[in-house]
Design a protein around this ligand. Structure first.
Ligand SMILES: NC(=O)c1ccc[n+]([C@@H]2O[C@H](COP(=O)([O-])OP(=O)(O)OC[C@H]3O[C@@H](n4cnc5c(N)ncnc54)[C@H](O)[C@@H]3O)[C@@H](O)[C@H]2O)c1
Length: 250
């Protein structure tokens, strides 16, 4: 197996979502012991022979329970991937109308949840003497949204999203440098837009602005994550890998 992940214990938060499903399948195919940790996805986990554990990434007792149960059941956690996407019901409200309370709630659930998981998993990995954490950011954590792609659709760039995703990249770098001496590597991956049956006008405009001329397929986000999870990327930490068809290149 190219990535040397056989029997590695890999916890994937949000592992039954659009990108999460592709990740969970790929890690299982590599022979890793995958545990999907999420609000839903038990059926999918069974389908691919993975484990399932309930998780709310922004709830301290839920995160601590997961780590405790993983330790009891597997005796180690080699890799933690955070691919969860918590959001409020008014997520797509534009910047002129969004309530301040909603911005704060999304920061708490999403940026706060990623931070909490990073802290707890890094501490566990420090104790066991090794580990890799991979966080999901986005092109919108690196460059500003191009609002022209949303014109004439009900879509927008949710106003809390760049704060959250930019924060996740810097948080990743912070944890990477702090925990480096404990053999815990922390990196992030930043996908561009993944095709999910969005408004055709949006898809057309988005594709035109992307050097590769199209949106991503979920499976195309997987290989950089396998690489970062692998012991073979042992000299990488604090990195943010763009998987965006070239969106941030020009
Ligand atoms: N889809 C894209 O186009 C895209 C682009 C760039 C970045 N991303 C990022 O990739 C990640 C995954 O995106 P996706 O499209 O697969 O999302 P998704 O909505 O399809 O899946 C997210 C999963 O997270 C789970 N979840 C929600 N709240 C949770 C919580 N509090 N605790 C635990 N699990 C929770 C959901 O149940 C779901 O299974 C997100 O961080 C997202 O911001 C996605």
């Amino acid at each position: 197996m190219a990535y040397d992940l056989k029997d590695e214990v890999v916890v994937i938060a949000g592992g039954a979502g659009l990108i999460g499903k592709a990740l969970s399948k790929a890690f299982a195919e590599e022979g890793a012991k995958v545990v999907i940790a999420s609000k839903e996805g038990k059926g999918f986990a069974q389908e691919i022979g993975a484990g399932f554990h309930e998780l709310d990434i922004s709830d301290e007792s839920s995160v601590d329970r997961l780590i405790k149960d993983m330790d009891k059941g597997h005796g180690k956690i080699d890799v933690f991937i955070n691919c969860a996407w918590p959001k409020t019901d008014d997520w797509m409200t534009n910047v002129e109308e969004v309530k301040f309370k909603s911005i704060l709630k999304n920061l708490e659930m999403h940026l706060g949840g990623y931070w909490l998981c990073c802290q707890r998993f890094a501490l566990y990995m420090k104790k066991q003497g090794h580990g890799r954490i991979i966080n999901f950011s986005s092109t919108q954590g690196v460059v500003a949204p191009n609002f022209s792609v949303y014109e004439g659709t009900k879509m927008t760039s949710p106003p809390a999203y760049p704060l959250i995703k930019g924060g996740i990249i810097m948080m990743t770098k912070y944890f990477a440098t702090y925990f480096a001496k404990h053999n815990v590597r922390v990196n992030s991956v930043s996908p561009g837009g993944v095709y999910n049956d969005q408004d055709p006008d949006f898809v057309k405009r988005y594709s035109k602005l992307t050097p590769l001329g199209r949106m991503a397929k979920a499976e195309e986000i997987v290989s950089p994550v396998l690489m970062l999870a692998s012991k073979k990327s042992s000299y990488m930490t604090g990195e943010n890998i763009m998987v965006d068809g070239g969106w941030t290149t020009w």
